[in-house]
Design a binder for this molecule. Structure first.
Ligand SMILES: Cc1cc2nc3c(=O)[nH]c(=O)nc-3n(C[C@H](O)[C@H](O)[C@H](O)COP(=O)(O)OP(=O)(O)OC[C@H]3O[C@@H](n4cnc5c(N)ncnc54)[C@H](O)[C@@H]3O)c2cc1C
Length: 462
């Protein structure tokens, strides 16, 4: 390399969603002298995370809340000085959860005792559930969530309950998600304790469990940021700007090539730059396009990650229009109900201040592979409103109705995901200065993004 070819930066982060922002932030913390540039294709950083104020409603396009026990994202919020912006969900509302069952809202079980009394499960399913501690532990690598739960707890739990819960998180099919990748804590209980119930009990009663419980006592079940998750994005961008990280929006990376000891990064529009390291924090399907000329097999692995398209639909109505129960967290919809609706959260009951006085803000989610999402946002919004209005008995037209489609959508960890991640990691490691991050690989929640490490430093060649 001649002196004139000196790379313009030490690290280029591709993708300015939360994964990319956190990776850039961690890099600056590890090496304050590093020259870092973040390249985001869209007009603004944040990726799917975005908050809008519409007609007095505070609307989240994607992530809206953080569950108790999501320690990494809470730690990041603290680190960024945003603790005072954290708001706790109303405990009474957060404790009231429903499942749509034969067209009616039915209280969702919240623990083992309520599982045994819920009308959602048959008597046989309840008896089988009690036998779970006696089922021999036989962890299997690429078992689906449905297979795992059916093996441990009985198939009677899957359609009425598990399906709704899993769809509420992944917008995906319980029969086609790998248990160990989608719910690693659940499968770890079997590996460590031989049983889910015994594991859950040990977590409650053991020394570590007691300490964790004491630390969490008084912590709300759900938290959010007063001004929405956009605050997290904005604060990260501020900190990165203070640390002289260049955030470039409208900078779509179209090609990557290895050149001597650096990467040549080509942007749409013809510009190109060189960086010693590249961290791909774009979703796997976008990374696949960039990696094809670098390593076709690695690109094929990335392209194989599927996604479930879905839409968030914000519904704002006057309180007087609603006869159903909205003083609650909301409800989930199992596949057996044959709706497009995946679930509805009662945002303004959980987090006051999200709707104008006398109004209610609901957040419906539709799609997730259950139905093909209509092309137009208006048609998606109508579909979601019709189904939500029927379940919650809403009369008349909404004051706010806005749909935010997410396509390709939420990454789906299909059976074989963990093995794929291992193959991808091996191939990426063989490319000096290349790393991957983001929700296609290791967990889909904000908490998983907050756990993303700084991209590895390049090992100098011997
Ligand atoms: C509807 C919905 C609801 C959710 N709710 C919650 C919740 O309540 N709680 C929770 O914890 N989590 C939730 N999540 C998950 C959470 O939002 C994600 O884990 C996280 O935001 C994903 O961040 P990311 O950076 O990995 O991906 P993304 O946000 O997808 O960011 C990737 C970025 O890469 C950019 N990019 C792509 N290709 C290129 C290219 N060639 N060049 C440059 N840039 C490129 C994209 O423009 C994008 O900005 C939700 C997600 C969705 C979709």
């Amino acid at each position: 390399m001649t002196p004139g070819d000196e790379p313009a930066c030490d690290l280029a982060v591709v993708g300015g969603g939360l994964a990319g922002l956190v990776a850039a932030w961690r890099e600056r913390q590890r090496d304050p002298g590093a020259r870092v540039v973040l390249l985001e294709a869209g007009a603004r950083p944040g990726g799917v995370v975005a908050t809008e104020r519409i007609d007095g409603f505070l609307v989240e396009r994607a992530a809206a809340s953080i569950r108790r026990g999501a320690d990494a994202i809470h730690a990041l919020i603290e680190e960024l000085g945003l603790c005072e912006e954290l708001v706790a969900a109303d405990p009474a509302a957060a404790a009231r959860r429903f499942v749509l069952h034969r067209g009616r809202l039915c209280a969702a079980p919240a623990g083992v005792r309520s599982l045994l009394s819920t009308p959602l499960l048959s008597a046989g399913a309840k008896l089988r559930l009690l036998a779970e501690p006696f089922v021999p532990a036989r962890p299997q690598a690429d078992e689906t969530v449905a297979q795992f739960v059916a093996r441990r707890c009985g198939a009677g739990l899957v359609a009425p309950l598990l399906d709704a819960v899993v769809t509420g998180i992944f917008a995906g099919d319980v029969e086609r998600l790998e248990a160990a990748s989608a719910f690693p804590r659940m499968t770890a209980l079997e590996r460590r304790h031989g049983s889910l119930l015994r594991g859950a009990l040990a977590a409650q009663l053991g020394a570590a469990g007691r300490a964790a419980r004491a630390a969490r006592t008084g912590r709300p079940a759900l938290t959010a940021l007063r001004g929405g998750m956009q605050q997290l994005v904005d604060r990260l961008c501020e900190r990165l700007a203070d640390a002289a990280v260049a955030i470039r929006c409208g900078a779509r990376v179209v090609r990557l090539a290895r050149e001597a000891d650096a990467w040549r990064i080509a942007l749409a529009g013809g510009e190109s730059l060189r960086a010693r390291r590249v961290h791909l924090a774009a979703p796997a399907w976008a990374a696949a396009e960039l990696l094809r000329p670098v390593d076709a097999a690695l690109a094929a692995e990335c392209a194989a990650i599927e996604a479930a398209p879905l839409a968030v639909v914000a519904i704002g109505v006057a309180r007087s229009q609603v006869s159903g129960d909205v003083d609650a967290l909301g409800f989930l919809v199992p596949r057996a109900e044959r709706r497009a609706l995946l679930g509805v959260l009662c945002e303004s009951s959980l987090f006051p201040g999200r709707a104008p006085a006398g109004h209610v803000l609901l957040r419906a989610m539709v799609g997730g592979g259950r139905v093909a999402l209509p092309e137009s946002a208006a048609a998606i919004a109508r579909l979601a409103f019709e189904e939500a209005a029927e379940a919650l008995r809403i009369a008349g037209a909404p004051r706010l109705l806005a749909a935010f489609p997410h396509r390709p959508g939420i990454p789906q960890y299909r059976p074989g995901h963990a093995a794929r991640v291992a193959r991808v990691t091996a191939r990426v490691t063989a490319q000096p200065g290349l790393s991957l991050g983001g929700w296609s690989w290791s967990g889909i929640a904000l908490d998983d993004r907050a756990r993303e490490p700084a991209p590895p430093a390049v090992t100098p060649r011997a």
